[in-house]
Design a protein around this ligand. Structure first.
Ligand code: SF4
Length: 489
């Protein structure tokens, strides 16, 4: 075996099938003692004949591309890697958030975050690189959604990374791996190429993830996928990957930046294609979704209802369907300036009504939005933030989770100032407190239902942990707010 692929430890867990728990990897490392975190919340994937039984979707795609190009490859989880890398020529690593600089980690952990402590993600990446360097002289090739965080010579040298791939890796990875295996002392940063048809994965994925489309096309200035055009995958490729997953996972998570826009005519939901996809996939196994757009929900109420019917939601086993989505701001000015495409086919001025309408449709059809807000856009002032607070008030009776994140300058906004905990003003704290109240109200309720998938001991631990985290969070927030909110009328 000349090539081993792996990923940071936080990516190599199925989180007991409760994939949204994966967000805990963005938390400060000591939120839960590491031993408990890695054994009860984030257990490592199972291994069969030395290979990971399930692996991150991105790693599976690179594996498929390499296998199609004739390479012999094994995906090995990081806790077993020492045994397998002594004589390999290349170790390929998938990373999501290697330095803890993604929006969630930056908000809650690290030097800019609310708790000044390294995130699990950053810790795991560092440890993985240390382990590989100690046990092997293999060339190290890194790629994945978080590769941008490592894109400078000094950082690559610090971690001992030889090659960094930015963007899509399916086309470029086989070329790079071949050059290395042919003896070239390859080093540096390489940009991936846009892939029109991606190879079929060779094994099951974390969370049963199956990509149905890549890219977005709504063009928010702060978002990575704006770099990619929207490409829909052929139905037959998707269904093959659903079948591969069904053998191990028994469920799949259909993934796109907006699952409702599968084969859409720009911003008009293609009802027939979306429903065909959900019906055919759900004949193979249980189906969930990763992301949806609130504008699509508001423009296609009937499709949302039909999907719930196809998936048999609500039922005792599945009381609701959760998906990630973005609100980002309640200020039409901010929406117009930084994300006018997010609202289409509606207008920026209609955004708050669109969001409330979409939350209503989700609630009527037992969908639970896990929505993000972004704090600290360039040009954002107190009035903008208070408009977001007003919008939050309109959403308080809808079962949902709303997560505030600090602005991270990516994509077209690269070079702008990132927002940090030092930039928080009293009106930001006011917004954070409203989010907290909203989430505490719904979290207890949702956790009991969501965590039924976990083994009993892990479930009891998680419920206790959630209660403890709520108590601790309330205490800390109160202390911080006391210092800041006296200026709020
Ligand atoms: S709608 Fe979402 S995925 Fe699409 S560009 Fe905007 S933030 Fe990114």
């Amino acid at each position: 075996m000349e090539i081993v692929l792996t990923a940071e430890r936080t990516l190599m867990s199925n989180y007991h099938g409760a994939l949204f728990l994966g967000f805990m990897s963005c938390a400060p490392k000591n939120t839960v003692p590491s031993k408990l975190f890695f054994s009860l919340i984030c257990p490592s994937v199972k291994v069969e004949k030395g290979k990971a039984l399930i692996a991150p979707y991105g790693t599976r795609k690179i594996e498929a591309a390499l296998v199609e190009s004739g390479f012999d490859v094994a995906i090995v989880p990081p806790d077993r890697i020492g045994k397998y890398i002594k004589n390999v020529k290349i170790v390929g690593i998938t990373t999501n958030d290697p330095l803890g600089l993604g929006p969630a980690s930056t908000t809650f952990a690290g030097k800019y975050g609310l708790v000044k402590e390294e995130s699990y993600n950053a810790y795991c990446f560092r440890e993985l690189l240390k382990k590989i360097k100690k046990k092997s002289d293999a060339k190290i090739v890194v790629g994945g959604a978080g590769a941008w965080q490592l894109a400078d010579e000094k950082t690559m040298e610090k971690f001992g990374i030889d090659v960094l791939i930015l963007g899509e890796g399916e086309e470029i990875a086989p070329k790079i791996f071949r050059r290395i295996l042919e003896g070239e002392d390859l080093k540096g940063i390489f940009n991936g190429e846009i892939v029109e048809r991606t190879p079929i994965i060779r094994g099951a994925t974390i969370g049963g993830l199956v990509e149905i489309a890549r890219g977005c096309g709504r063009g928010c200035k702060f978002c990575q996928p704006t770099l990619q055009k929207l490409r829909n995958r052929p139905l037959e490729d998707i269904l093959k990957e659903v079948e591969i997953n069904a053998k191990i996972n028994k469920f799949v998570t259909l993934h796109a930046e907006d699952v409702l826009r599968y084969k859409a005519d720009r911003f008009r939901v293609n009802e027939e294609e979306v429903l065909k996809l959900f019906s055919l996939a759900s004949r193979i196994c249980k189906v969930g979704i990763s992301h949806f757009s609130l504008a699509s929900v508001a423009s296609a109420e009937r499709v949302v209802g039909e999907i719930s019917t196809i998936l048999g939601i609500p039922s005792k086993e599945r009381p609701w369907l959760a998906g990630q989505t973005g609100i980002e701001s309640g200020s039409a000015k901010i929406v117009k300036e930084h994300m006018h495409g997010k609202v289409l086919p509606f207008k920026a001025e209609e955004w708050c009504d669109v969001v409330e309408q979409a939350f209503g449709i989700c609630s009527d059809n037992n969908w639970v939005p896990c929505a993000t807000l972004i704090i600290g856009f360039p040009g954002e002032n107190e009035e903008d933030v208070l408009k977001t607070v007003e919008l939050l008030d309109r959403l308080k009776n809808y079962k949902s989770i709303i997560v505030p994140l600090f602005f991270v300058p990516l994509s077209d906004m690269k070079g702008q100032k990132p927002f940090t905990s030092e930039d928080l003003r009293p009106y930001h704290w006011f917004l954070l407190r409203r989010c907290w109240e909203h989430d505490v109200k719904w979290l207890r309720y949702l956790a009991k239902e969501y965590l039924t998938k976990m083994p009993m001991i892990s479930r009891i631990f998680m419920l206790k942990f959630i209660e403890g985290a709520i108590r601790e969070g309330e205490k800390r927030l109160k202390e911080l707010i006391e210092i800041s909110t006296h200026q709020i009328p």
